[in-house]
Write a protein that binds this ligand. Structure first.
Ligand SMILES: [Zn+2]
Ligand SMILES: [Zn+2]
Length: 427
């Protein structure tokens, strides 16, 4: 059976996350999106863990909300930050050091069951305060974290989150490393995947040959309900769904495809300075030696820049056996664009509900629904979805924490350098 999974997700206990992120709401929203499997997120947080234990039931690592018949399945997941200095020269502000001494990395951890997650929490509590945030900060290295996690249970599945983001990405320009192996040291052999993050897609990552061995995972990393499933992994699992089968499929890269945000829409695609309103591609920022032409400080180098730094292959290279992907735009954003309103406007929400009711889920509308039938329900949105499916999308790239701006074009304005993606009609 085909499953759509959104593994990296958050609860109301993580910083800057909506208080609507409780299990009952997530259960329903996942159903509405057409995502089948979602990570609980934040299992390291004591109060969230309490809710997980009270409200979920299941076996073989796959959980469901007690008394719910939506079909939503939960995985026990969390995200943690490791902060680590290779020597003692941490800046007094405790932030980072451009020389790369302080490494700050986010990791996604999937636990094989609630009991293993609780055991891991006991271990991790020695390295930081797990109650402060659903995404706790731990004073330890990536390798130490991996060592402890796999020591608690070999079934733990750990991988770097949003691998390229300047802050917190394992390969990020500010506090990351040049390779996954440098970060996880002797534990790297137990790392099977990296998360592409919103600002990168697989076509960019295919250019870096040392990443070939990793499965490329995509998740929403959402901080509110409407963002569930904005990125996801689609996989086929035979017979009963179990945690072991899911992680086995990821390890062997037996994935059907990933659904990706347009990377230009991500907040760290280009180089730039948010406050100076400066944004540019790597080719341009190199001319300025990475210095902001307005404030003369170092630019925040985005994901595209880091990919260029580490790439050893030409644009458009596709490794054999690479898992295909499609780019998608969340339906509320598509409708908001069509109606020229914000995504939270009642007009947008009404049009959204109408389409989701007609087709059963958001993914059915975005990926599977016949465009003619979508047009019968909502002519303009049908046109826009056809444009997105054919990649007729123009985006002003995001930079230094600013999201990119989408323009869904009826006339063709081809996106540059994105030769690798498939059309949704290919599936
Ligand atoms: Zn993160
Ligand atoms: Zn500046």
């Amino acid at each position: 059976m085909e499953y759509i999974a959104d593994i990296h997700f958050h609860s109301k206990y993580a910083g800057a996350c909506s208080d609507q992120l409780v299990l009952e709401n997530i259960d329903k929203a996942v159903k509405e999106k057409g995502v089948g499997i979602v990570g609980t997120g934040d299992f390291t947080h004591p109060l969230w863990m309490k809710e997980i234990k009270e409200k979920l039931e299941g076996d073989n690592g796959i959980y469901r909300l007690k008394g719910s018949d939506t079909g939503t399945r939960f995985l026990i997941t969390t995200e943690v930050a490791t902060i680590f200095s290779k020597d003692s020269s941490v800046t007094s502000r405790g932030v980072f050091d451009r020389s790369g001494n302080v490494k700050k990395i986010h990791h996604v951890i999937m636990a094989p069951n609630v009991e293993a997650a609780e055991q891991l929490n006991k271990e991790l509590a020695r390295f930081g305060n797990l109650s402060l945030d659903g995404r706790p900060q731990l004073n330890m290295s990536a390798a130490e974290l991996a060592d402890i996690a796999f020591g608690v249970d070999k079934g733990m599945f750990l991988y770097p989150a949003h691998a390229w983001t300047p802050w917190f990405g394992v390969l990020g320009s500010i506090s990351g490393f040049d390779s996954v192996e440098d970060a996880y040291e002797d534990q790297a052999k137990h790392i099977y995947a990296i998360e592409t993050g919103l600002s990168a897609d697989p076509a960019m990552i295919w250019r870096v040959s040392k990443l070939d061995r990793y499965a490329l995972l995509s998740s929403s990393d959402a901080h509110s309900l409407p963002k569930i499933g904005r990125e996801a992994v689609i996989m086929d699992i035979d017979g009963e769904l179990t945690y072991a089968k899911m992680t086995g499929a990821i390890k062997e890269k037996r994935l059907k495809m990933t659904v990706e945000f347009y990377p230009e829409e991500g907040k760290y695609h280009y180089d730039g300075h948010r406050n100076c309103k400066v944004s540019m591609p790597p080719s341009e920022s190199n001319k300025f030696n990475g210095i902001c032409p307005v404030c003369r400080k170092k630019l925040t180098l985005g994901v595209m820049h880091r990919v260029e730094d580490l790439a050893d292959r030409e644009e458009g290279y596709r490794p054999s056996g690479a898992v295909p992907f499609v780019n998608a735009i969340p339906l509320q954003e598509v409708i908001a664009h069509v109606l020229k309103k914000t995504t939270t406007s009642p007009y947008v929400l009404r049009a959204y509900d109408k389409l989701v009711t007609a087709f059963g889920s958001e993914f059915n509308v975005l990926l599977r629904g016949d465009v003619e039938r979508i047009r019968e329900v909502d002519k303009e949105t049908g046109d826009a979805i056809e444009s997105v499916r054919e990649n007729r999308v123009h985006i002003i790239p995001g930079y230094d924490g600013v999201f990119g701006i989408i323009d869904i074009a009826n006339e063709i304005k081809e996106r540059k350098g994105q030769n690798g993606q498939s059309r949704i009609s290919d599936f």
